[in-house]
Design a protein around this ligand. Structure first.
Ligand code: NAG
Ligand code: NAG
Ligand code: NAG
Length: 498
């Protein structure tokens, strides 16, 4: 995203007054890592054995970091669980944890080893950075002793946290973040008492950080983007893809666009658990992404990004998400409605069989509107328009308002919403999707056949319409407005403390 020259240099003057050598652009890297997993998950291993496994993973990450440095990178993000995997109980992960100090202690672990002993992982990571002079983001486990004076203290006398750490280009620990919204399966970790809003500044922008399932909740994710106004979010994840609305590249790119931030998403690679899909996304669209179910290899994505996207003339204007749909007179006709399930949520669907037209469907307070024209409808491709307005309650509780156009698995309408639809044959000449949303947090998703993204081929208009810019380059799997109504969420609950 280039700034016009005159403006860029004026901007540089202003910025350099604030911060020496501020950069307009920087090179971001994310690494999708196939984690070497622990084989023995029943019995706790010795700290030495734990370190041997972590060393195997760090050796792979070291190669990725070195390669990033060769390519001129300023920062690299590595995935959640990237150093030891996820196959643990509370007891068996313990030997992998380190007591990670608050970055305020001002510590370069590799230069001052033993200051907070023992910290072999922090020292090793810090050393990798120091030799390559780029920022490194990694995910590891933190342990914090506690005692019975603290009523929340677990019976084994310590907290265990899923933690991101960031090292600056000199190897100094500059950020530590404890994941707030654990996924239901993460019994090995504790929920932090309160959400942490972790940010840091660099010469190439203002950064915020959170982890995986955090992206579905308000704290800290939305707060970092809207109140702190960070430029870039760093996002280590171990994301199992769930079609048709929550595939990694699909949802993460949509969040970046909906929230108006750069977003660096590094996923874990594991085909058994459908984990793949990493990307570098900007507010006005994606810069690079990777989705590959064929190999088990790691993959490095490298691309340039604007350091201060909010100052760019290309920065998208704010959207009023219900404006356009509320102005539409057309009421849902007496079309046939039927119900279908997407990821445990009951949607209302209506099929559209004509090659072009206008359709509407309502659910509770949400009306979804679609105008479309297919290029050449393939007869085996059945598409429906769907709506959802309700609380999702499986694997986390969050309130959703969703409008979606999607392809069904087969010509049997009972297959609409199936999570195994990965291909389609029908291209669209145009589409326009809008809804009477009660929330302004709406994430626009467009997914093509083969779980591919559609860079530059759609846009969101200020009145809240998601429209095609051109006829779709590839056959269409789904077009979705994924709305999150945070005010209607139940209050954050703790579940993991034993
Ligand atoms: C860093 O570089 C120094 C000298 O070039 C080398 O001795 C050391 O082993 C390197 N450290 C790491 C962690 O790669
Ligand atoms: C970073 O810079 C922004 C302005 O660009 C400022 O608002 C913020 O307080 C700074 N944050 C830190 C952690 O220094
Ligand atoms: C994926 O992870 C599981 C553990 O959750 C492991 O059993 C499996 O072997 C991994 N699959 C691959 C292809 O590495």
């Amino acid at each position: 995203m280039g700034l016009p020259k005159a403006r860029a240099s004026a901007l540089l003057l202003v910025l350099s007054a604030l911060e020496a050598c501020a950069l307009d652009n920087y090179v971001a890297v994310v690494y999708e890592h196939n984690v070497v997993l622990s084989e023995d998950t029943e019995v706790p291993v010795s700290p030495k054995e734990a370190l041997m496994l972590m060393d195997k993973n760090m050796a792979i990450l070291a190669v990725a970091i070195k390669e990033s440095w060769y390519q001129g990178a300023h920062i690299i993000v590595t995935p959640e669980d990237g150093i030891y995997g996820w196959v643990f109980t509370r007891e068996t992960i313990y030997p992998y944890l380190e007591d990670i100090p608050d970055p305020q202690v001002n510590w370069i672990p590799c230069a001052d080893p033993g200051r907070f002993a023992p910290s072999p992982v922090l020292e090793r990571l810090s050393g990798l950075v120091r030799n390559n002079s780029i920022y490194v983001v990694a995910n590891m486990g933190d342990k914090k002793p506690c005692n019975s004076a603290d009523p929340r203290c677990p019976s084994d006398g310590h907290y265990q946290y899923n933690t991101n750490v960031v090292f600056d280009s000199e190897g100094k620990l500059v950020a530590r973040y404890h994941k707030y919204n654990l996924f239901v399966t993460e019994k090995q970790f504790n929920y932090p008492k309160d959400p942490e809003f972790i940010t840091f500044n660099t010469s190439f922008g203002y950064f915020g950080i959170f982890t995986c399932a955090d992206i579905l909740s308000h704290d800290p994710a939305v707060v970092l983007a809207s109140r702190f106004q960070v430029d870039t979010v760093l996002f280590p994840t171990a994301w199992g893809n769930t079609l048709s609305l929550l595939s990694a590249v699909q949802f993460h790119s949509a969040w970046a666009m909906g929230m108006g931030v750069n977003f660096l998403s590094a996923n874990t690679r594991n085909s058994t658990l459908h984990m793949t899909g990493s990307g570098i996304y900007a507010p006005d669209g994606l810069r690079a992404y990777y989705y590959n179910t064929e190999t088990e290899n790691g993959h490095l994505l490298v691309t340039e990004l604007s350091s201060r996207p909010r100052l760019s003339p290309d920065y998208p204007a704010a959207v009023d998400w219900k404006l356009y749909a509320s102005s539409i007179e057309q009421l849902p006709s007496n079309d046939r409605y039927f119900s279908g399930v997407i990821y445990h949520d009951l949607f209302s669907f209506t099929e559209f069989t004509e090659p072009e037209g206008n359709r509407a469907i309502c659910r509770q307070d949400l009306s979804c509107h679609l105008s479309y024209k297919m290029a050449e409808k393939q007869k085996d491709d059945i598409y429906v328009l769907g709506a959802l307005d309700g609380l999702h309650v499986v694997e986390g509780e969050y309130y959703l308002q969703i409008c979606t156009l999607l392809k069904c698995k087969s010509t049997d309408l009972n297959t609409c919403g199936s999570n195994t639809v990965e291909t389609a044959q029908t291209k669209f000449e145009t589409f326009s999707l809008s809804g009477t949303f009660g929330t302004n947090y709406v994430f626009p998703e467009v997914l093509y056949s083969g779980v591919q993204l559609a860079p530059g081929e759609f846009e969101v208009l200020n009145g809240g319409r998601l429209i095609s810019r051109t006829s779709t380059l590839k056959p269409l799997l789904s077009v979705t407005l994924f709305g999150r109504w945070y005010e209607k969420d139940p209050t954050h609950t703790e579940q993991a403390s034993p």
